[in-house]
Design a protein around this ligand. Structure first.
Ligand SMILES: Nc1ncnc2c1ncn2[C@@H]1O[C@H](COP(=O)(O)OP(=O)(O)O)[C@@H](O)[C@H]1O
Ligand SMILES: [Mg+2]
Length: 280
């Protein structure tokens, strides 16, 4: 999946030579930041005052035992909880570079979902053609030109690493694809509207090892253009794909850090117990 260097790559290298700041690879930019974020399902407090940075064009993995709040946390970023009554947020999720609070009542959840896409555990293509699955978000955005739609759909399918497998059958129904292909189609669908942050909730837990490998490779490729927050219960997967890892337990963010540090020298005993399999 690693292609020849593009002019963008060359530009970045030239920029790095000119701009000394770009040499300090340890200084990533913030894409988003949870600030004292709590969340309630009715009276039940599922997230407890979470503070956490999400770095731009990096992969951040969320790990922790079942029921600790990983999905709840992820869904806060695209205001999914707004779809159900009785749910309540406290605190903020700041989104950069514009410093918008995604949770603000003045911010339209539909707008948030344009900027923050989501891929679920079970591939969920619409019962439509492959083409229409990817064109959908573009049409919602008002794109009508057939030529532009075709161009953007191809771009998204390429970015989803599935173009070669479907280019001759764009009019086939999406549910006829294999599970792994459906998941890459869903990623392409999410990418079509060019989100800035992509949320993955255990995206490979319904897939076989080969399809899982393809998704992991794709995630590593995608971070060049989009910031990624991924929930996984697979420790090896977190270690393979992520730059940063956050360990959650009982609705709290216990520890956040660079992935190698979290895995090789965690600061908190609870993180260590989970990672070494003493708990979970
Ligand atoms: N729709 C819901 N209504 C009420 N409680 C929920 C709902 N979804 C999840 N919860 C509760 O919130 C907590 C966190 O769940 P979840 O975010 O799904 O955890 P994880 O993804 O880490 O397994 C759990 O106690 C769970 O039972
Ligand atoms: Mg979950």
């Amino acid at each position: 999946m690693v292609g020849p260097p593009t002019s963008q790559d060359t530009n970045d290298k030239l920029k790095a030579l000119k701009d000394p700041m770009m040499h300090t690879q340890d200084k990533p930019q913030l894409k988003a930041e949870a600030r004292n974020l709590s969340f309630y399902y009715g009276a039940a407090k599922a997230l407890k005052g979470i503070n956490m940075p999400i770095y731009d064009r990096k992969v951040t993995a969320l790990i922790g035992p079942s029921g600790c709040g990983k999905s709840t946390y992820l869904r806060s970023f695209n205001r999914m909880h707004d779809l159900y009554p009785g749910n309540r947020y406290e605190g903020e999720i700041r989104f950069f570079p514009d410093n918008t609070n995604l949770l603000s009542a003045e911010v339209d959840p539909i707008e948030v979902r344009m900027r923050v896409g989501m891929v679920f555990q079970k591939p969920n293509p619409f019962p439509k053609t492959i083409f229409e699955n990817v064109a959908y978000g573009l049409r919602v955005r008002g794109l009508t030109s057939k030529r532009l739609l075709e161009e953007k759909v191809e771009q998204a399918l390429r970015a989803g690493a599935i173009w070669d497998e479907v280019k001759d059958r764009l009019q086939a129904l999406a549910p006829t694809l294999s599970g792994g292909q459906q998941q890459r189609l869903c990623i392409a669908r999410a990418l079509a509207t060019e989100p800035e942050l992509l949320l993955f909730d255990e995206p490979t837990s319904a897939l076989d090892p080969i399809a899982t490998g393809a998704i992991e490779e794709l995630v590593s490729e995608l971070k060049k253009r989009v910031t990624i927050l991924i929930v996984t219960h697979n420790m090896q997967q977190a270690a393979r794909v992520s730059d940063y890892t956050a360990y959650m337990y009982l609705g709290e963010m216990i520890e956040f850090g660079k992935t190698d540090e979290i895995f090789f020298k965690p600061n908190d005993r609870r993180t260590e117990d989970y990672i070494t399999g003493r708990m979970g």
